[in-house]
Design a protein around this ligand. Structure first.
Ligand code: SF4
Length: 345
């Protein structure tokens, strides 16, 4: 009996917990013009891997010879934000409250690829999640899953942008899911995300300068945070959700079905003095399996100093002064915060 690969793929992906499954043609790669413009302006900052991975992003055939279709997968990750505990705490972007999505989605993709090879032995498969060389949101837009908003996020109309994306390339033709039309499939006259950004990271609609983006500065950037941008970080100690929080499409996102993505204790609001007082190796060990581990202990402590400076609470002075013994960039950020609190040396 003839097996419909599309039906098999959809059924197996849904069985593994992917809440969104759509197909796109893969004769060429979407989103490359915008990607090239981003790189040519140097807006990727120190993310050299974005330059290095440009080739396969533009030519999916480098990843899977004979590629014909892309399977675009999504997992909703919205959980309600735990109540603000106040005090000397820093705010964490919602995607990082639970288990590291690279682990969660990566494990499922591996299983899906394995299950598909068993069910469809002749099928060629390439899978990737985020760090892999694919522009997931562009593939998602081509598949009709949603549209790319002015905030550069993939938005499912009326359901929002709180979802993890992954793409699987295969070497058979699937009936593509086409982008749907309709007035709700673009931003209209809304500009809330551009206006809310406290560091002016949006150069224009659909144009982000990562070097000014709080998410980049607090997660990917390894050096000192430029002084003119520190005040704009406010309470964000890891990532930022502002351009998603204000989006009308995120008014009532579908709740995540994933218990593993539920907020871990203290992971939505980081207690900053405790973070600074924890030895670096112990801190990193405690964050195993969490996205919060990405900037390393030094990066997190750098961010914590900036937020403590922004909070304006002199109760932070002793813990900031205690950073002066360090021999790394945390010291300069602690000094900056102490200056803000009127306790500079
Ligand atoms: Fe588009 Fe408004 Fe959402 Fe920004 S906030 S992505 S402009 S709908």
């Amino acid at each position: 009996m003839h097996t419909d690969p599309g039906r098999v793929i959809r059924a197996q992906a849904e069985a593994l917990g992917f809440t969104r499954v759509r197909f796109a043609r893969a004769s060429d790669a979407p989103g490359i013009a915008a990607y090239d413009a981003f790189l040519s302006q140097g807006r990727h900052g120190s993310m050299g891997w974005m330059v290095a991975s440009r080739g396969p992003r533009a030519n999916p055939g480098e990843l899977l010879p004979g590629v014909r279709s892309a399977v675009v997968l999504g997992v909703d990750h919205a959980w309600p934000r735990p109540a603000d505990p106040g005090g000397l705490t820093g705010k964490v972007a919602s995607y990082a409250w639970g288990r590291d999505y690279h682990n969660l989605v990566g494990k499922r993709l591996r299983r899906l690829a394995r299950d598909l090879r068993e069910a469809l032995p002749d099928l060629g498969v390439y899978w990737g999640v985020d760090s892999r060389p694919l522009i997931e949101r562009a593939w998602a837009e081509r598949s009709g899953m949603g549209f790319i908003g002015r905030n550069c996020c993939l938005i499912v109309p009326g359901q929002g942008s709180y979802l993890f994306l992954a793409v699987l390339l295969i070497d058979v033709d699937l009936e593509p899911d086409l982008p749907r039309g309709g007035a709700d499939r673009h931003c209209g006259s809304c500009r809330r995300c551009l206006d809310v950004c406290p560091t002016d990271a949006f150069v224009d609609s659909h144009q982000l300068d990562a070097r000014r983006c709080i998410s980049y500065l607090t997660i990917e950037h390894r050096g000192a945070i430029p002084e003119p941008l520190r005040a704009g970080m406010g309470r964000w100690v890891f990532g930022c959700d502002l351009c998603q929080e204000v989006c009308p499409h995120n008014h009532a996102p579908p709740p995540s079905p994933e218990p593993d993505l539920a907020p871990r204790p203290d992971h939505a609001w980081l207690p900053l003095p405790a973070l600074l007082q924890t030895p670096d190796d112990v801190l990193e060990q405690s964050l195993l399996g969490s996205p919060l581990r990405r900037p390393g202990a030094i990066g997190l402590k750098r961010n914590a100093c900036v937020v403590l400076g922004n909070l304006g609470d002199v109760a932070a002075i002793p813990v900031l002064e205690a950073q002066r013994h360090r021999g790394d960039l945390v010291v300069e950020h602690a000094e900056w915060a102490l200056d803000r609190l009127g306790a500079g040396s």
